[in-house]
Design a protein around this ligand. Structure first.
Ligand SMILES: [Zn+2]
Length: 304
């Protein structure tokens, strides 16, 4: 089977993770894909295949004769997708011999424009797989899963000699907890690659530090006609908080190793407001200092 055929099978199994959930995995639907994959892994001849109760799926491809003593190499991908734009059934669309121009997403009226995505032009002549514009596709990271299992199939079909190979598929990567319950011992690899990048042929060998930051602001709501020096408008306090952060240190204003505060979501009225950020920095010290900045804002505004 080709990798893209596997991808088409996997994307229709919806697996959004849920950042508001307290359970592991964060959404039960991730077990649906784990079930499909576990069966497929056994059929492909992987050994020690099992899904644990937290929806981590492991398997091994034993070394070919003479290679048993080699270091074991692992391959990892995640089963969940983002939760945005994922409420209805997923219909993948295949575009063969792509013409390099703006690409319509099904009949949704949405397009992938070459202006917003200049990379598209380099794909002229290739076959593209997209969603129909009503949902995400979920190629992140089901493409990774498809590639790993196709590799496993091909190693065997073409009798390619190899050392011990370990495979793992994890839940909840998109909500930042994919590694939290990963069983390194059961996985069994000495080195591993995660297939979850973006550009074709790229290998990333570093990672950044990341956390979420959430401000909850309780205001004091009184009648606006008689609120002089008493009303505390939670939404205005929220705006004040964001104002205190360096305006340039956003995803738009930074690149490469530069860290940022990214406001992902805000809501509020007079009585209550909320700000949600993600914070990233490659440099651990800078990362800690970003967290201190946020705590300092918290402290100062509470004192005020
Ligand atoms: Zn991913």
């Amino acid at each position: 089977m080709k990798a893209y055929e596997r991808l088409l099978n996997y994307v229709v199994v919806r697996t959004p993770s849920d950042e508001n959930s307290e359970t592991v995995p964060s959404s039960k639907c991730q077990f649906n894909l784990a079930g499909v994959l576990e069966k497929e892994m056994k059929e492909l001849g992987l050994t020690e295949v099992f899904t644990d109760e937290q929806c981590y799926l492991y398997g091994k491809l034993p070394a070919t004769p003479g290679y048993e003593g080699k270091d074991s190499i692992g391959f990892i991908a995640h089963m969940d997708t983002v939760a945005d734009f994922c409420d209805s059934e997923i219909y993948p669309v295949i575009t063969e011999n792509y013409n390099g121009e703006d690409l319509a997403l099904g009949n949704s009226g949405r397009i992938l424009s070459t202006q917003n995505f200049p990379h598209l032009k380099t794909l002229k002549g290739r076959t593209l797989i997209t969603s129909d514009g009503t949902t995400i596709l979920g190629a992140d990271d089901k493409a990774g899963i498809a590639e790993i299992l196709t590799m496993v199939e091909r190693l065997q079909a073409e009798h390619i000699p190899h050392g011990p190979i370990c495979v793992a598929f994890t839940p909840d990567e998109e909500i930042g907890t994919g590694a939290s319950h990963f069983n390194v011992e059961a996985f069994g690899a000495k080195y591993a690659y995660t297939l979850d990048g973006d550009t074709e042929g790229e290998i990333q060998y570093e990672n950044f530090n990341a956390c979420k930051a959430s401000f909850e602001i309780t205001g004091f709501n009184v009648h606006p006609g008689s609120s002089k020096d008493t009303m505390i408008n939670a939404s205005l306090v929220a705006m004040e908080i964001n104002q205190m952060l360096p305006g340039m240190e956003t995803p738009r204003g930074t690149e490469e190793y530069e860290g940022f505060y990214h406001l992902t979501n805000m809501s509020g009225d007079v009585a209550f407001a909320q700000l949600n950020y993600i914070v990233r920095d490659h440099n651990k010290e800078f990362f800690e200092s970003r967290k201190n900045t946020l705590r300092l804002i918290e402290k100062n505004l509470n004192e005020k």
